[in-house]
Design a protein around this ligand. Sequence first.
Ligand SMILES: Nc1ncnc2c1ncn2[C@@H]1O[C@H](COP(=O)(O)OP(=O)(O)OP(=O)(O)O)[C@@H](O)[C@H]1O
Ligand SMILES: [Mg+2]
Length: 233
Amino acid sequence: MSLEVININKSYDGLKALNNISFKLKKGEIVGFLGPNGAGKSTLMKIITSFINQDSGEVIISSINKDVDTILTKSKIGYLSENNPLYNDMKVVEYLNFISQLYKLKNSKKRILLVSKQIGLEKVMNQEINSLSKGFKQRVGIAAALVHDPEILLLDEPTTGLDPNQLVEIRQLIKEIGKKKIILLSTHIMQEIPKICNRVIVINNGNIVDDKSLNSKEEKIIDFDEYFYSLTK
Ligand SMILES: Nc1ncnc2c1ncn2[C@@H]1O[C@H](COP(=O)(O)OP(=O)(O)OP(=O)(O)O)[C@@H](O)[C@H]1O
Ligand SMILES: [Mg+2]
């Protein structure tokens, strides 16, 4: 299980959004992907999921080039996109069913049951999505990203707008899930980083400006607001 990003470049109408981005992630890594607005975080996630194409460079998902077998590599990735788009008029169970049909899951009932339990959705399964609180909508988005049991989870700002209790719960959830997967998550909430992540990659103006482990206590106690500011101001 691995995610390898090799020399990725991407421009939009002449504007360079990503400049030679490279890193390799392995199982058990929960990586905070940090950067100011417009740094290129969502662009890279969309490239990894084959939602958009890079101009040059490669993405290798567990030894498979995403451009050689896009369907197979997509099946190995779960993606919660920036604004967590959901079909609001569906019930939670209908939505998760719909997603599992997209992945042609054979064991969909079992997977939906398991994931809804893991994410704490059991009580709202028969509720329409538009009647849920923001935190529960977020959980539905995460459940939908997990239903096909992907190796890699890309979470684009999964904790934005959650109340403190929901924050703690989603944080615990991400840590638990991350033990057996690779998670790349973007956030602007710096306090989140040492609490969830064991590695951090910082991007600014499309360039990686830092990539370091957060395994030791010393690495976790730095002031992340200052750290972020010093690298991206
Ligand atoms: N579809 C698009 N067309 C043109 N430019 C785009 C497009 N999508 C992104 N960009 C530009 O590419 C750059 C990187 O954007 P991106 O959305 O990847 O940033 P981000 O790091 O996710 O920012 P944020 O923290 O605000 O979500 C920005 O300058 C943005 O304006
Ligand atoms: Mg973004």
